[in-house]
Design a binder for this molecule. Structure first.
Ligand code: XMP
Length: 516
């Protein structure tokens, strides 16, 4: 793999994604690993990421110069570049001019990582420290007003460094720089493709599972759907999917899973309609955390019941259920500190904690993938766009989008309003611009309106369209007024009891995306 050594950069994951876009597999590794550990992974090339420190400060993470003697091509970016220059005897100092954002780089040597570059290019920078003198053996390839050495190369040792961020889209020729490093400098060929990942995972799943039975909890979301489809491709009817309908899904969602998904994949599915059970348990409950607890707990009990059914059936056929499929993605793995291999499950993240006596081994076929790769695989495996491009939806569903008690009537009303908002956003072609758009019913709030010359006293609906990269932070989406206007008109006309539609214009933080 191409190893991206993470020095605490905002953009380390982005670097790995950009490398994969060149068709070469890439992984992240923390900077705390020793050179021996790094080399033991047989990297075909190494990229040192940016980071928040200054190399000459006490406690700043350093690069062990031995790394540069291993014969592996290395590219340093921003902090990684400075750490490389420092370790090899160059000079790193406070920059005469800090550069944050767009900067023009003057390129004097358009070879190596800068092959094909024009004499000047627009780059994106973020630094207050600069390399003022390149280490011996290096050629200075580019400068900017604040960086006397903005790019450098030692072709004979295959060592390269750049002060700007080639991984961000604001650097116009950034991807070209990364491609140059991967293909021209490191001489790596493209072999990481959707088809390749699918074939590799199928072989791996077959080997791991043998003739055992496998269970997968479907949420209706992209990740579990793609993971299940991949496992099904590998082992066919040894897989059973379990889908719990808690009665708080969006319009058409249960049908989408029960029909469209099954039709597209031919997967064996147990669908449990537990809505009565859930709604009875939620009667009179208004406090958000209590709602979540009750829904989570009920979910486990229902999932457990279905799972026991599957296990009993497998037992009758003389088999045993040993594996549980999970749609864990690479960012989850990185965020929880890495770690390889399958572990025994104690608590199930997506379904909220399984009982201890259900002792499964995990199958996580998407563990090394980013969301965009998962979507590409879903499409390749024949899943419909409606599933592959589905926006995130919380486990507790519409239950946490009704502010007040959850009742069947309120759920139906919110389902209709939500369907209208989704229809109009889709018709306006905004699905892929908007991260998600919760539609919230303020069930305990009433306001006065006038409809057909008569006074009304109805509930407001809140629209909460947000844009985000990862749901950790978000901004409210600037949805065009005419689209908002259509949504508002249709909701007040078509949803009885709603006489007002309001727009949430708060970022996260301070607000969260969901209202509860
Ligand atoms: P918040 O409201 O915390 O939401 O800003 C961040 C993202 O997480 C989703 N969300 C959930 N997803 N189970 C889930 O699977 C949950 O209990 C849950 N609560 C919030 C939310 O839709 C948003 O995408």
């Amino acid at each position: 793999p191409v190893l991206v050594v993470d020095y605490g950069a905002q953009y380390a994951q982005l670097i790995a994604r950009r490398v994969r876009e060149t068709g070469v597999y890439s992984e992240l590794i923390p900077h705390s690993k020793s050179v021996e550990e790094v080399i033991a992974k047989h990297p075909s090339a190494i990229i040192l990421s940016g980071g928040p420190s200054s190399v000459y400060e006490d406690g700043a993470p350093q690069v062990d110069p031995k790394l540069f003697e291993a014969g592996v091509p290395v590219l340093g970016i921003c902090y990684g570049f400075q750490a490389m220059a420092y370790a090899l005897g160059g000079t790193v100092d406070r920059a005469a001019l800090g550069e944050y954002g767009h900067t023009e780089a003057t390129v004097s040597d358009a070879t190596g990582i800068l092959a094909g570059s024009p004499a000047t290019q627009n780059v994106w920078m973020s630094h207050g420290v600069a390399v003022t003198k390149a280490p011996q053996g290096f050629t200075v390839q580019a400068t900017t007003p604040g960086a006397p050495v903005a790019a450098m190369a030692d072709e004979s040792r295959k060592l390269y460094g750049v002060q700007w961020h080639p991984e961000v889209r604001h650097t116009e020729l950034g991807q070209q720089l990364i491609e140059n490093f991967i293909h021209k400098c490191a001489g790596l060929e493209s072999n990481w493709s959707t088809e390749g990942i699918i074939d590799e995972q199928i072989a791996k799943i077959r080997e791991q599972v043998g003739d055992a039975h496998v269970i997968c909890g479907l949420s209706g979301g992209v990740d579990s759907a793609v993971a299940a489809t991949l496992v099904h491709k590998a082992i066919g009817d040894q897989l059973t999917c379990v889908f719990v309908d808690h009665g708080m899904l969006r319009k058409g969602e249960a049908e989408q899973v029960k029909h469209d998904f099954v039709e597209a994949t031919g997967i064996k599915l147990i669908a449990e309609d537990a809505s009565d059970d859930f709604l009875t348990a939620l009667k009179g409950v208004t406090e958000p955390e209590r709602k979540r607890k009750i829904i989570g707990e009920k979910f486990i009990r229902t999932f457990e019941k279905s799972t026991r059914e599957v296990m009993a059936q497998a037992g009758e056929q003389g088999g045993e259920v040993k594996f549980l499929v999970q749609g864990t993605l690479y960012p989850d793995v990185v965020e929880s500190g890495g770690g390889d291999g399958a572990s025994n499950i104690k608590s199930h993240h997506n379904v909220g904690g399984l009982p201890k006596d259900l002792n499964f081994k995990l199958i996580e076929p998407l563990r090394s993938l980013f969301k965009d790769e998962v979507r590409a695989i879903g499409t390749k495996l024949g899943l419909p766009d409606a599933i592959v491009w589905r926006q995130p939806f919380p486990g507790p569903g519409l239950g946490i989008r009704i502010i007040g008690e959850i009742t069947r009537e309120r759920l139906d009303l919110l389902r209709d309003a939500d369907a209208i908002a989704r229809e109009e956003l889709t018709a306006a072609g905004l699905d892929r611009d908007i991260w998600q758009c919760p539609v919230v019913l303020l069930a305990d709030v009433h306001s006065v309106g006038v409809q057909g010359d008569a006074r009304t006293y109805g509930n407001p609906i809140v629209l909460r369209p947000v844009s985000s990269e990862d749901a950790m932070t978000a901004d409210w989406s600037r949805v065009p007024y005419d689209v908002l206007s259509r949504i508002s008109t249709r909701i007040t006309n078509e949803c009885r009891g709603i006489n007002r539609v309001v727009l949430d214009v708060t970022s996260k933080p301070p607000a969260t995306i969901e209202w509860e």
